[in-house]
Design a protein around this ligand. Structure first.
Ligand code: FAD
Length: 629
């Protein structure tokens, strides 16, 4: 059977915020660019983002600036972040938001006409640029509009709108191809008709998002099967921080068919409070030592903060997500949960109904339609849901380059920026900042190539055989393997972990990997979802193995990794990254420890000694003392 073949300079896999921003940049730098996405164009995960994009523009509180944002991000990530990424992100996010505005984004406004910014957990000042609670939709709409504008330019210049930027939608990439060490292209199939497709390109930008579909309860949609993570690993790149998974504190818990769907943090940012079955605002009991001086200790002070932030501390409902998720988990375990196993999130007694509908239109609609709950009249029931992976492809902060020549990554598929826990709103700005950088990195890599890598027939034949295998065998139903994997990860490598359970999970994943070799979806190639899932399983299993192996090795609790058997945070562990690679025989995952470089002097001195000593080793503290002496 013929394989459709296309030649590009840069292939961007993924059409969410990171992919679109990368593609725009590569095209603006004169590169022939393909955007490939397995969902419909416009239906990337980014569309679902509700709360906003964090950028220290200082529109609502002029005390905000990149240094405060940098500090908040490092604190949120419990100092494990790649500090260079956190620095670039904090410095460049405002420009990326203003650029979006120049490209047509219609953000909500302050009274004096500036882009409005809202409060979110872990951000010291109101910082999230937003469009009601539909910010991701506006971000994608604007970036798509920009792609179309560039295509219109190309139509005028070259007589062909797709001469320099073309979208391949509903097209799944299953393998990256290499010539020696370097990337030479990507291989995949059209979901609609099952035809095979080959991209000949020296640079690939991965922007495939996260891995949530390895868990039962998740806010993520069907395309989050860890494809980019696995493609990178299989191509020889490294993944870091895979043990850190963000369980968003507030997902819907009822009815079962919608369990896990996100309830935006904006509900709490705009005044919503968490209560247990006794009616108590329990978050006051869960302020951890490291945040003690930054959060209100009484309800009165917390409430005053909404109108007077200069003289009051923020309420603990706005602690970073990992803290809130663990607190909810503890309340439910202690028997103080709601009837359906969550806790109550109440905005109905905090804001007038009209204001709730104005500020949180999607939430109002979501609860009315899906749960028959009117959030202007009653509390929601919420509980933790697998939401975001902090871990991903290890990249160079400035260029997005992975350690395979020609491979770049940006957005949720990359690792490092968010450390052990991402602050809400920091993903949308991450996509824009590092999407742009990865697009530029790929373009300049192509400029510097002496010769274009070649695609070998052998690598195409192998990719083709792998892709078609599930169609040719009548094995086990892939849905059964998937469901078992989801249960395993949810129950054994979930929000609270212990060595025996993670070991049990690893054994289970090993067996599931064997079973996955035999899954089959015989029949037509035309929209055969069983076939698609059979191929996605390889990715979810590889990624789950990374998560479980790293979770077993890290003997401390930090951010999105809580070990029941190692409850404390260790300064020694903070310095270490766990780096996952493919085993030499390609059958599994290896994990190595790597020490992080120390923070640059001008950045570490942005923090007080008292705060640093909660996170860094004695040796690092001595270096700090010598520095500031
Ligand atoms: P995505 O937007 O998910 O795009 C991934 C793309 O890759 C898709 O086009 C997909 O089709 C494609 N793809 C995947 N695999 C393949 C493959 N094998 N071949 C071809 N294409 C492939 N963050 C914030 O900062 N603020 C918020 O308010 C916020 N709200 C959120 C609300 C919800 C409900 C969720 C789930 C997340 C939210 N987040 C928020 C997180 C944020 O939305 C995501 O982290 C971010 O959108 C990821 O963007 P991305 O560009 O990396 O990937």
């Amino acid at each position: 059977m013929e394989i459709e073949r296309h030649e590009y300079d840069v292939v961007v896999i993924g059409a969410g915020g990171a992919g679109l921003r990368a593609a725009i940049e590569a095209r603006q730098q004169g590169k022939r660019t393909a955007i490939v996405c397995k969902s419909l164009f416009g239906k990337a995960h980014t569309v679902m983002a509700e709360g906003g994009a964090a950028a220290a523009m200082g529109n609502v509180n002029s005390a905000d600036n990149w240094m405060v944002h940098f500090r908040d991000t490092m604190r949120g990530g419990k100092f494990l972040n790649n500090w260079r990424m956190a620095e670039l992100h904090a410095k460049e996010a405002p420009d990326r938001v203003w650029e979006l505005e120049a490209w047509g984004a219609l953000f909500d406004r302050t009274k004096d006409g500036k882009i409005s910014q809202r409060n979110f957990g872990g951000h010291e000042y109101p910082r999230l640029a937003h469009v009601g609670d539909r910010t991701g939709l506006e971000l994608i709409r604007t970036l798509q509009q920009r792609v179309v504008a560039l295509q219109q330019e190309d139509e005028k210049l070259h007589g062909d709108a797709e001469a320099y930027i073309k979208v391949f939608q509903e097209c799944t990439v299953t393998r990256l191809l290499k010539d020696g060490d370097a990337i030479s292209g990507a291989f995949g199939y059209w979901r609609e008709n099952g035809r095979l497709i080959l991209f000949d390109a020296p640079a690939v930008v991965l922007a495939t998002g996260g891995i949530g579909k390895s868990y039962v309860v998740t806010s993520n949609s069907w395309e989050y099967t860890g494809d980019g993570h696995a493609l990178a690993l299989l191509a020889g790149a490294k993944l870091i921080n895979m043990e850190f998974i963000q369980f968003h504190p507030t997902g819907m818990v009822w009815p079962p068919s919608v369990r896990g769907i996100l309830v935006t943090e904006s509900v709490r940012g705009d005044g919503g409070v968490l209560k247990n079955s006794e009616g108590k605002r329990f978050m006051f009991d869960y302020i951890p030592e490291v945040f003690k001086d930054k959060y209100a200790t009484t309800e009165e002070e917390g409430d005053r903060w909404y109108t007077d932030q200069a003289n009051n501390r923020r309420p603990p409902e706005l602690l970073p997500r990992d803290e809130v998720a663990r607190a909810i988990n503890s309340e439910v375990k202690a028997g103080r949960g709601s009837p359906q196993g969550g806790v109550y999130l109440d905005v109905s007694t905090r804001l007038p109904a009209a204001e709730i509908i104005r500020r949180l239109p999607s939430m109002h609609h979501q609860f009315k339609e899906l749960a028959d709950v009117d959030i202007t009249k009653e509390a929601m029931q919420v509980g933790p849901t697998c939401h975001y992976i902090m871990g991903g492809v290890e990249v160079d902060a400035d260029t997005g380059a992975a350690d395979v020549p020609g491979l770049f990554a940006a957005g949720e598929v990359s690792g490092g920026m968010h450390g052990s826990n991402r602050l809400g709103g920091n993903s949308l700005s991450d996509l824009l900042v590092f999407g742009r950088r990865a697009g530029a990195g790929a373009a300049s890599y192509v400029d510097g190539l002496a010769a274009r890598p070649k695609i070998s027939q052998d690598s195409v034949d192998a990719a083709k055989a792998e892709a078609l295998a599930p169609l040719e065998r009548g094995g086990e139903n892939p849905y059964e393997v998937h469901q078992e994997l989801q249960r395993t990860m949810n129950e054994l490598v979930g929000i609270i972990r212990k060595a025996e359970e993670v070991t049990e999970a690893l054994e289970a994943v090993g067996k599931l990997k064997e079973r996955a070799q035999g899954v089959g979806a015989p029949g037509s190639r035309i929209y055969n979802p069983g076939w698609h899932l059979s191929l996605d399983l390889r990715n979810m299993l590889l990624v789950s193995e990374c998560v479980a192996k790293a979770a077993l090795i890290r003997q401390e609790s930090r951010g999105g990794h809580t070990r029941d058997d190692f409850p404390g945070m260790s300064a020694e562990w903070r310095r270490k990254l766990l780096v996952c690679g493919l085993s030499p025989d390609g059958s599994g995952v290896t994990v190595e420890e790597k020490v992080q470089p120390s923070m640059r002097e001008d950045l570490i001195t942005l923090f007080d000694r008292d705060e640093l000593k909660k996170y860094i080793t004695q040796e690092e503290l001595a270096d700090f003392d010598a520095l500031v002496k």
